[in-house]
Design a protein around this ligand. Structure first.
Ligand code: HEC
Ligand code: HEC
Length: 494
């Protein structure tokens, strides 16, 4: 093996020397030199000194002046920015413990991360700035003091996506114990509590949301992750045959769940509630629910008052609404890696610090005045205000000694509130956790006996709706939660 490698190195250094030959004399070798420079020796084209300037302008705030991962906003982002002096890189396409290829560093800079705060610089930096900053980045650690550029893993022959390949991949996924960390259905709800090399709590990726992958979700990207693992994390490498790895890739692709993807172009469009002329089912898997239009929306962290920024683990929810002549119900679904029921031994094991209940809330205006445009009577997103109050329908997962809880909160802004038990307004809720997903149904009459305080649902009107979410295994409680912006709901009988 080492013999093969030194042969390769020899060939490479020969190629490099030939780059120095008079260009006009060897046109053919010029082409191969350019190729070589474009792949292997890329950063040598970058200017370390100019790169330092770029780094100080664009990267220092997070990665720190000396690349130690301790910039001024490092404390506020999760996972923390990389300490480049460690010489450990997570997302690469070079085998084993070889350093990342320049293409890998460039990819990170261009695309940023799906599930971390690192921005995408593709359209912000020039190509020269990117090359220069890479050259500078490499000065932080001596792992880059090597003669030859790292190699690229061998991808072999890609196995096309097919049902058969997916089935084979599913078996191998189990055999490789991927579910221990990623959960049976890939929702990231494994049973193992994970820490990275630097001692931070880490969570296995939710494989049903490929848009959150940090190193790309193309088949080749996934193949590289399975082949190499993710250094610095507990994600191992797998020495299956090439063909077997391609089957696993196809299974991972199969896991993608489009019902969780936020569609930007759909954001402002109202969600149509579906009318049915039977009782609204409590079973979230009933055909009535399956046939209702749905919307996936993004959750943002709320609490920024704590010293350490709250690090959300749930990034979105999917909601839909059914109504009949008497009642209306929301079905709210979200992927949650942990079922947080205080008192539960398994849940306590996975929890980061104290364990609280998982919870979800729906915020609605208290009244919608006729003849005034809805935009002019929109309550403040943060629990309403003294002009326009809100109803907050709250559901929580219960503890081992107390059942799930549903209540209505009447609020006129943060801290200005009154709580009523659900039975007074006829709100009822029920949640089921299965396979890494919470499915919670909250149901109420279209009308109540108190029209001044409770929203009365009318058809053919835009109704503002917002959501809040708490992950009890991740310190979610009280103000520490995530929430959405306002969305629109409309009830139409036809
Ligand atoms: C807002 C904060 C932020 C800024 C600004 C930022 N980064 Fe990062 N960067 C991160 C975080 C967070 C990570 C680690 C993510 C993880 O571990 O999942 C990271 C990781 C990296 C990595 C490691 C990738 C790997 O494979 O492990 C590279 C390379 C990198 N950043 C380069 C840069 C460069 C170059 C700039 C400036 C052009 C920059 N970053 C600016 C937050 C930032
Ligand atoms: C011991 C725990 C563990 C096992 C086993 C494991 N993973 Fe992971 N996996 C992780 C962690 C942790 C991450 C996220 C690391 C990070 O990016 O910081 C991850 C991330 C990933 C990603 C996302 C890569 C990206 O670009 O963001 C994929 C895809 C993946 N794993 C696939 C698999 C497959 C397939 C298997 C089984 C063949 C597997 N994992 C086994 C812990 C594990």
């Amino acid at each position: 093996m080492s013999e093969v490698r030194s042969k390769k190195q020899e060939v490479r250094s020969k190629k490099r020397t030939s780059c120095l030959l008079p260009l006009a004399s060897r046109l053919l070798s010029l082409a191969s030199c350019l190729l070589l420079l474009a792949s292997g020796a890329y950063a040598e084209l970058g200017d370390k000194v100019a790169g330092k300037e770029v780094f100080e302008k664009r990267c220092k705030q997070c990665h720190g002046e000396k690349g130690e991962g301790n910039g001024i906003i490092a404390e506020k982002v999760y996972p923390p920015p990389r300490n480049f002096t460690s010489g450990i890189f997570k997302y690469k396409t070079s085998p084993g413990d070889q350093v990342p290829r320049d293409e890998d560093l460039l990819r990170t800079i261009n695309e940023g991360f799906g599930e971390a705060s690192m921005p995408a610089w593709k359209d912000i930096m020039t190509e020269k700035e990117k090359r220069d900053v890479i050259a500078h980045e490499k000065t932080f650690s001596d792992v880059f003091e090597i003669d030859d550029p790292p190699e690229e893993i061998n991808y072999g022959k890609e196995v096309p996506f097919s049902e058969q390949s997916v089935l084979k991949g599913k078996e191998l996924f189990k055999k490789a114990e991927c579910p221990m960390c990623h959960g049976e259905n890939g929702k990231g709800d494994g049973v193992k509590k994970l820490k990275d090399t630097w001692g931070n709590r880490e969570w296995a990726r939710n494989l049903t949301k490929p848009w959150t992958y940090n190193a790309g979700s193309k088949p080749k990207n996934i193949f590289a992750r399975i082949t190499i693992g993710i250094p610095g994390t507990q994600m191992p490498s797998f020495n299956f045959t090439e063909e077997e790895r391609w089957h696993v890739v196809n299974y991972v692709r199969f896991l993608a769940d489009e019902t969780r993807r936020v569609k930007k172009e759909e954001e402002d469009k109202p969600l149509k509630a579906k009318y049915i002329n039977i009782e609204i089912p409590w079973d979230a898997d009933a055909p009535e629910w399956k046939g209702a239009p749905f919307k996936a929306v993004k959750l943002f962290p709320q609490d920024q008052t704590e010293e350490k920024y709250f690090k959300p683990t749930n990034d979105g929810i999917t909601w839909r609404v059914l109504f009949n002549d008497k009642e209306l119900a929301f079905l709210i679904e979200w992927d949650d890696r942990t079922k947080s029921v205080p008192g539960d031994v398994e849940a306590e094991k996975l929890s980061e610090g104290d364990l609280f209940e998982d919870a979800v809330a729906i915020q609605l205006p208290r009244v919608i005045l006729p003849r005034i445009p809805i935009e002019e009577q929109l309550p403040s997103i943060r629990h309403g205000d003294n002009e326009f109050g809100v109803n907050i329908w709250y559901w929580s997962s219960g503890t081992t000694v107390r059942p799930q809880l549903t209540k209505v909160v009447y609020s006129d802004g943060i801290g200005v509130k009154r709580v009523e038990p659900d039975n007074k307004v006829g709100l009822s809720g029920r949640g089921v956790y299965k396979g890494g997903i919470w499915k919670v149904i909250l149901k109420r009459g279209l009308k109540t006996s108190n029209p001044k305080d409770d929203l009365q649902f009318e058809t053919d009107r835009l109704i503002p709706v917002a959501f809040g979410n708490w992950d009890g295994s991740n310190g979610g409680k009280g103000n520490k939660h995530t929430a959405t912006q306002w969305y629109w709901l409309i009830l139409e009988r036809s």
